[in-house]
Design a protein around this ligand. Structure first.
Ligand code: SF4
Length: 238
């Protein structure tokens, strides 16, 4: 009896939403038009998470916030729109790394540039690294992470550094976080470092951004806004 192995097109992803065209709101590509694929599930439980509907079963029925779609279906939806940039985000996309690799392969073959947003706790495969333009790695600091979570995996951070395609973006809750970031950057060779304040409402976000600007400059790091918050506040799917 032979076994029929699934083809790439049979692979299925747990997807929260596909949206765009919109703008990449954060980091080095901020302001560029992009399509977003938001995948479901996360391996961390950050209290300040702005996408809890991807993982928090205490507050959300994930069945109402998840569709199961094939790689081909997701790729077709993304490729029907013109943006050259595709951002695969979550949740934590690398929980579905094999199927994310298949999706990135389809998108790259169609000439799209792929960015992956990740919390940096899962080692990326060489196959995936070869397909992406950039990993936007956002390790969670103790001030942001949930008690009991282990938000830093040194092996994974080292693997992201080794790809030569990673930037490291930290959500900063207060001035005390700067030293923590400096220690992590020194220990694991994280560069370039990007700092981003907390905030999903424009007023508070801009105030936080201004509060962090001078110290970010002094440390020689980069500062990123959240363009989608400035434009659309905390609207989902923008
Ligand atoms: S790692 Fe990101 S998606 Fe996961 S709980 Fe934390 S903020 Fe939310």
């Amino acid at each position: 009896m032979s076994t029929v192995l699934p083809t790439v097109s049979d692979r299925r992803l747990l997807v929260t939403e596909v949206f765009g065209p919109t703008f990449q709101g954060e980091g080095p590509s901020a302001g560029q038009q992009a399509m977003f694929v938001r995948l479901s599930r996360c391996n961390l439980r950050c209290p300040g998470c702005d996408t809890p509907y991807t993982w928090d079963t205490r507050r959300f029925d994930l069945r109402e916030h998840t569709v199961t779609a094939s790689v081909n279906e997701v790729a077709a939806q993304v490729l029907a729109a013109p943006p050259a940039l595709v951002v695969i985000t979550g949740g934590e996309p690398l929980l579905q790394q094999a199927n994310v690799t298949a999706l990135a392969e389809r998108l790259a073959a169609a000439g799209r540039r792929v960015e992956i947003e990740t919390n940096g706790t899962i080692v990326p495969s060489p196959e995936l690294a070869a397909l992406v333009e950039r990993f936007n790695v956002s390790p969670k600091l103790p001030s942001f992470a949930a008690d009991g979570d282990r938000p830093v995996n040194g092996d994974a951070l080292a693997a992201f550094v080794a790809t030569g395609r990673a930037v490291f973006k930290f959500v900063v809750s207060g001035r005390g976080d700067f030293d923590v970031i400096g220690d992590l950057a020194d220990r694991y060779g994280l560069a370039p470092v990007w700092v981003m304040p907390e905030g999903t409402r424009s007023g508070r976000f801009v105030a936080n951004l201004r509060a962090l600007a001078e110290e970010t400059l002094r440390r020689g790091w980069n500062l990123t806004g959240r363009l989608h918050v400035l434009l659309w506040e905390d609207a989902r799917g923008r």
